[in-house]
Write a protein that binds this ligand. Structure first.
Ligand SMILES: *Cc1c(COP(=O)(O)O)cnc(C)c1O
Length: 375
């Protein structure tokens, strides 16, 4: 059997919607982007949403809104994709890593206050695998220390915790529509927020800081634009938005399908004493982005290769950021600095997990893993 690591869920509705844009005049940011933004804002119960080119850009624009710059420190987790910390580097600020909690892999909030200095300006929590951080506690710490919160919600559009969704307690939430994410247009991202000033600024900052978008200039009577500040280039296109519009309509359906697969994986793998899985918190709705198991770190790579030999696609989410060459060399990080993140980073195997997985494929994955993970 050959089981791909990921298969997207684009269907005929999505293709037709994209075809409609391709047959139209207006390929870049316009009505389809606005329609997607409305849907995303509504779905996440946030007042505003803005489509951008990636979650990395979304994080960067969020930090830029808060004027994060050289000399500033931003607290984040080493257990994420590199883009979380990279967005801080792009601002010439310093990422300050805090180790994670063992049960979920999310940033350990107990460890945050110890690293706050007079230079600390913001926190970027990551809702790892789709399960949210404790935003209520994080918000209390942020308010007490006058810090901004920019949520890396690349794994979590659908989730909530204690009734709180991404963007509701954080100042800004950032999403990804990269090729393997829960909804995708190949490459893409968005922010949501509830503050009009943030919305107005990022809306311009995503397009050079100019006062009129191409849609404003060309679809109506020509109007001159001004450039009010130095912005960036990160606006989402109508083609991307068209691919996303119906996926957001289907997002709860897709989640139910993933919930069912997760249940089968949980049942099939949790009895194996050599496998641990992240703990599901009771008052939390998991966005079910990826399904990661934790195995013996001495055997992890061997197991991954064996699974690949059996035709099963696998990945590692994630090797901790502080041990990447760039971060080791720039900041002198070394093994042992964030032991929980390192332990999970060395134990993780992410397995195929998408609504299109068939029952026999799920069973094959479970049986193959149980056959090889025996110590
Ligand atoms: C995918 C991912 C990103 C980056 O998203 P892009 O849209 O590719 O920039 C950021 N953070 C996490 C946790 C991710 O998994």
């Amino acid at each position: 059997m050959k089981i791909e690591f990921y298969r997207h869920n684009l269907n005929n509705d999505d293709k037709k919607e994209a075809q409609r844009i391709l047959d139209s005049l207006f390929l870049t940011t316009g009505d389809s982007v606005a329609e997607f933004e409305n849907k995303l804002a509504k779905y996440t119960f946030n007042k505003y949403a803005l489509g951008v080119t990636s979650c990395t850009e979304a994080l960067f624009l969020g930090l830029k809104y808060f004027d994060i710059k050289k000399g500033d420190e931003v607290i984040t987790t080493p257990m994420s994709f590199v883009s979380t910390a990279n967005s801080i580097e792009y601002c010439d600020a310093k990422p300050v890593f805090v180790d994670i909690e063992e049960k979920t892999g999310n940033i350990n909030i107990d460890n945050i206050e110890a690293v706050i200095t007079s230079n600390t300006k913001a926190i970027i929590p990551v809702h790892l695998y789709g399960q949210m951080c404790d935003m209520k506690r994080l918000k209390e710490i942020a308010m007490k220390n006058n810090l901004k919160i920019i949520e890396d919600s690349a794994h979590c559009i659908e989730g909530n915790r204690d009734g709180v969704k991404p963007g509701q307690l954080g100042d800004i939430a950032c999403y990804s529509f990269y090729a393997t994410k829960n909804i995708t247009c190949g490459e893409g991202g968005a922010i949501t927020c509830n503050n009009q000033d943030i919305y107005d600024w990022i809306k311009r900052a995503r397009l050079h800081g100019i006062s009129k978008s191409a849609a404003d200039r060309y679809t109506k009577r020509y109007e001159h634009y001004d450039m009010e500040f130095l912005g960036f280039k990160a606006n989402m296109t109508n083609i991307d938005a068209a691919l996303l519009i119906h996926q957001i309509d289907r997002i709860e359906e897709l989640l139910v399908a993933k919930e069912n697969i997760a249940k089968k994986y949980n049942d099939g793998l949790s009895k194996n004493p050599h496998i641990s899985i992240p703990k599901m918190l009771p008052n939390s709705k998991h966005a079910r982005h990826i399904y990661t198991i934790w195995v013996n770190p001495q055997k992890r790579d061997e197991y991954m290769h064996q699974l690949q030999d059996m035709g099963i696609g696998v990945a590692v989410n994630f090797r901790p950021i502080h041990l990447m060459k760039y971060y080791r060399e720039k900041y002198g990080y070394k093994p042992g600095d964030f032991p929980v993140a390192e332990k999970i980073g060395n134990s993780s195997i992410t397995i195929p997990f998408y609504p299109g997985l068939k029952n026999e494929e799920i069973d094959y994955v479970i049986n193959s893993i149980n056959k090889i993970v025996i110590q």
